[in-house]
Write a protein that binds this ligand. Structure first.
Ligand SMILES: CC(C)(COP(=O)(O)OP(=O)(O)OC[C@H]1O[C@@H](n2cnc3c(N)ncnc32)[C@H](O)[C@@H]1OP(=O)(O)O)[C@@H](O)C(=O)NCCC(=O)NCCS
Length: 210
């Protein structure tokens, strides 16, 4: 029991790009964990497992870059940077998904900043994002990074001008990752204290008093 408590206490998080070999299993499993509403928001209505499996396979083989947020070894969030040659006007498309268990903790924002660094490193000048008109979370996230969204054919679509981003933004990306690491440390300390209290309770008053 104490070992599992310690394992829970050692919960950690990190953000990095997936290698091509990792993309299929890790991206697929993350996307399959999305609930119905999230799948609808992410895939504009396509929700069945077989669609998601085919989608992850395509990403693994078409040069899509996946930046992943890991927690306890599982991918809980992903930012997708699709190659420009897949869109008619050669603008790289981007997309995001964060599992509901880790939402509104800044994961989407950390992924967005990493994606911008990655896109700039590839020499891209502009990115396109498309989301459902009712998707308040994605609209808020996109607006935070300067996307000008326009409502068209039931969707909101917009571009992000990467020439506006500079080294200061990259530095902020590092700070956010560090803050995320600090949150994990705080979580560790809390869990460790809880573990000690439980052990003290199980061992009786003498153990607790020592
Ligand atoms: C959109 C999504 C990626 C946001 O991820 P997240 O980790 O919760 O995002 P963050 O915590 O970084 O929040 C980013 C901003 O959006 C705001 N926000 C998040 N959820 C919101 C909501 N439901 N309503 C309004 N604003 C919201 C946050 O307040 C934050 O703004 P702030 O930094 O100024 O406070 C996540 O909700 C998701 O995966 N949704 C399902 C899939 C999807 O819709 N994908 C988009 C298709 S491309």
């Amino acid at each position: 029991m104490y070992l599992s408590l310690i394992a829970a206490a050692l919960a950690d998080s990190s953000v990095r790009s997936l290698s091509q070999q990792e993309e299929l299993p890790l991206l697929r499993d993350h996307l399959l964990r999305l609930d119905r509403t999230s799948r609808r928001d992410r895939f504009h209505g396509f929700m069945d497992d077989s669609f998601i499996e085919r989608y992850a396979e395509k990403c693994a083989n078409d040069g899509t870059t996946i930046i992943a947020f890991f927690e306890n070894g599982e991918v809980r969030g992903a930012a997708e940077l699709h190659p420009p040659d897949q869109s008619p006007d050669s603008l790289p498309e981007i997309a995001f998904s964060v599992e509901s268990s880790v939402r509104r903790r800044g994961v989407g924002s950390i992924l967005f900043r990493k994606l911008i660094s990655e896109a700039r490193a590839k020499g891209y000048k502009s990115l396109r994002i498309t989301t459902g008109a009712q998707n308040d979370a994605m609209r808020a996230l996109a607006a935070k990074f300067g996307a000008q969204l326009v409502f068209r054919h039931g969707e909101s679509t917009g571009t992000i001008d990467l020439t506006k981003y500079d080294q200061a933004d990259v530095a902020r990306s590092w700070t956010e990752s560090t803050v995320s690491g600090m949150r994990a440390v705080v979580a560790f300390n809390r869990a460790y204290r809880r573990m000690l209290l439980r052990m003290a309770g199980a061992a009786g008053p003498e153990w607790g008093a020592s």
